[in-house]
Ligand binder design. Structure first.
Ligand SMILES: Cc1cc2nc3c(=O)[nH]c(=O)nc-3n(C[C@H](O)[C@H](O)[C@H](O)COP(=O)(O)O)c2cc1C
Length: 277
């Protein structure tokens, strides 16, 4: 599936995690069909896949403490599944999952990445998961209640969880005055990526021929890999680059680096255009 870059770039700033859904507002059948289609078709990596599930959604979520922090009244959820034999499975699942989350946002739906507080055994009873695979995260999907409940506002620290670190704290490499315009747009999009507990474990190294994403290795993982967060930021970065007319390719790298987005040279771009890609 070709990534609808402009459509996804447009909703990066609009997306926010929502945890309480409106039980009186089901997802329209045509919207559900469109979401199912993107889950089936957006598979940029062979070892990462997703499944939309429309039954028993309520039973898979659990609260942070008791039922506090629980996702409520979701009519459906999407499972993000990875083959654990792949050394880059975390970033691949993050990248793929965020594409699906941005498409759900563009379809007018609400979502929330959930890495820790769900019951994998219930998910596994609803979908087929092989011995090599693990459900790394899920997201509820549906229409959120119009206004945030008190509990939801508490969960987001009264909106603070949407704050992000400034770029000046996250970037190294080429000095800012030498960045082409598209670099700033890409880094802003990457900076806006969601991460578990809003920990933003990434930094960026700007080079002449591309941008490398790095992961902060200090600090606990809390059962959710920081490399999965970095995969989400990678998708944002590439979507923004493509929307600025810059195409490229990811090269996965060992820790603490995650991957480098290498911009295609003019000759590669010309060859791709001639092949109709
Ligand atoms: C990989 C991942 C796992 C997450 N796990 C949870 C979770 O278990 N429970 C939850 O309520 N929110 C979870 N979140 C949502 C984050 O708390 C949220 O994305 C972050 O605070 C930024 O807020 P925003 O998404 O509204 O921009 C997770 C996010 C990511 C990216």
């Amino acid at each position: 599936m070709d990534i609808p870059f402009s459509r996804w770039h447009l909703v990066i700033e609009k997306r926010r995690s929502r945890r309480h859904f409106d039980p009186n507002l089901p997802i329209a059948p045509e919207t559900l069909a469109a979401l199912d289609k993107v889950c089936n078709q957006f598979g940029p990596f062979p070892h990462a896949r997703s499944r939309l599930v429309t039954e028993s959604a309520e039973s898979v979520f659990k609260g942070v403490i008791g039922s506090y922090g629980k996702i409520k009244d979701a009519p459906a959820f999407i499972a993000f599944i990875g083959d654990m034999d792949d050394p880059f499975v975390q970033e691949e699942v993050g990248y793929m999952g965020e594409g699906i989350i941005l498409e759900a946002t563009a379809l007018g739906l609400n979502t929330c990445w959930v890495g820790g507080f769900f019951r994998p055994e219930i998910v596994a009873s609803l979908i087929e998961v092989s011995n090599k695979e693990r459900v790394l995260a899920i997201t509820p999907v549906g229409h959120a209640r119009e206004s945030e409940s008190w509990e939801e506002r508490l969960m987001t620290g009264f909106g603070r969880s949407h704050n992000r670190l400034r770029l000046s704290r996250l970037v190294r490499g080429l000095p800012r005055e030498r960045w082409p315009d598209w670099v700033n747009i890409c880094l802003e999009a990457a900076r806006f990526a969601p991460s578990a507990a809003n920990r933003q474990p990434w930094s960026f190294d700007v080079q002449e021929d591309g941008i490398t994403v790095l992961v902060r290795t200090r600090g606990p993982e809390f059962n959710v890999s920081k490399r999965l967060d970095c995969g989400i930021a990678m998708l944002h970065l590439e979507v923004a680059a493509a929307d600025c007319g810059r195409r490229g390719q990811w090269e996965f790298l060992p820790s603490p680096r995650v991957a480098k987005f290498k911009i295609y040279s003019q000759s590669v771009l010309l060859a791709l255009t001639l092949c109709g890609k």
